[in-house]
Design a protein around this ligand. Structure first.
Ligand code: DGL
Length: 263
């Protein structure tokens, strides 16, 4: 049996921790990742730009790889374009949105923080998510385009000290808010999970993300047997012109993906 192809889509390298999470849980399958490098960062674009970039990269990805399903491993894409993707294409899409519900369930102080992109924080979807799932908790949502940029462009060469300092600067912004749960509502931030965990633990703040729920949903949608990999390599595509920056090769190697060229 040929392995099922599971697609992952993000504006850059943010979705990789979601791929890694699913890969440790799913017996088989073949993983193919696409980063819309040409349109990065999505979080600072208009809704219309995010919508049209998402539909366009999805179309090329589907034409090239014909995946069984696609994980939209980007909160910004998901909150803006998930409905349009489902309307346009017939395969299943699994979205990634800020894990407000589990965070609200954990919070004793009934105060939850969300760190995401500007488009995610300011959008209508987020307002509804809070209304439906925050269970009466106060939600403090902040955006950080600079942390997204750091992860995408500098993480591959950053020292541990610099990583920690960048995260500390973001955690500080929540200090006066008395939150006891913080949602990482942008997939890029998961690359700094360790640094967040250490700093938040010291403040007794729980760290929450959506990987468990997303992997469970993908596994529900796939056939029980996703097909043995049989040595088929997992791939990483990028959009935009060559030459590809060195850092993308670094990320591909870190996550066991073979660079597959441009989409
Ligand atoms: N990784 C994306 C997210 O989860 C956004 C990064 C960007 O601004 O492109 O929202």
């Amino acid at each position: 049996m040929t392995p099922e192809t599971i697609g992952f889509l993000d504006s850059g390298i943010g979705g990789l921790p979601y791929l890694a999470h699913l890969r440790t849980r799913l017996g088989g399958g073949r993983f193919v990742y696409a980063a819309d490098r040409a349109n990065f960062p999505y979080g600072e674009k208009t809704r219309e730009q995010v919508l049209s970039a998402t539909l366009s990269v999805a179309e090329r990805f589907i034409a090239r790889e014909n995946p069984r399903l696609i994980v939209v491993a980007c909160n910004t894409m998901s909150v803006i374009a998930l409905a349009a993707l489902r309307e346009r294409f017939s395969l299943p899409f699994v979205g990634v949105v800020p894990a407000v519900k589990p965070a609200a369930a954990l919070s004793r102080r009934r105060r939850v923080g969300v760190l995401a992109t500007r488009q995610t924080v300011e959008g209508e979807y987020m307002r509804e998510l809070i209304e439906r799932h925050a269970n009466g908790c106060a939600v403090v949502s902040l955006s950080s385009g600079r942390l997204v940029e750091f992860v995408e462009r500098e993480l591959s060469v950053a020292s541990n000290e610099v990583r920690t300092e960048r995260v500390r600067a973001e955690v500080e912004r929540f200090r006066s808010e008395r939150i006891d749960a913080l949602v990482l509502g942008c997939t890029h931030f998961l690359h700094l999970e360790k640094e967040f965990r250490v700093l938040l633990e010291a403040e007794a703040i729980a760290l929450v993300d959506s990987r468990d729920g997303v992997s469970r949903q993908v596994m529900r949608l796939l056939p029980q047997d996703a097909g043995a990999r049989n040595g088929a390599p997992d791939l990483m595509y990028l959009t935009g012109p060559e030459p590809l920056e060195e850092r993308y090769l670094w990320f591909a190697a870190q996550f066991g993906l073979q660079p597959a060229g441009t989409l």
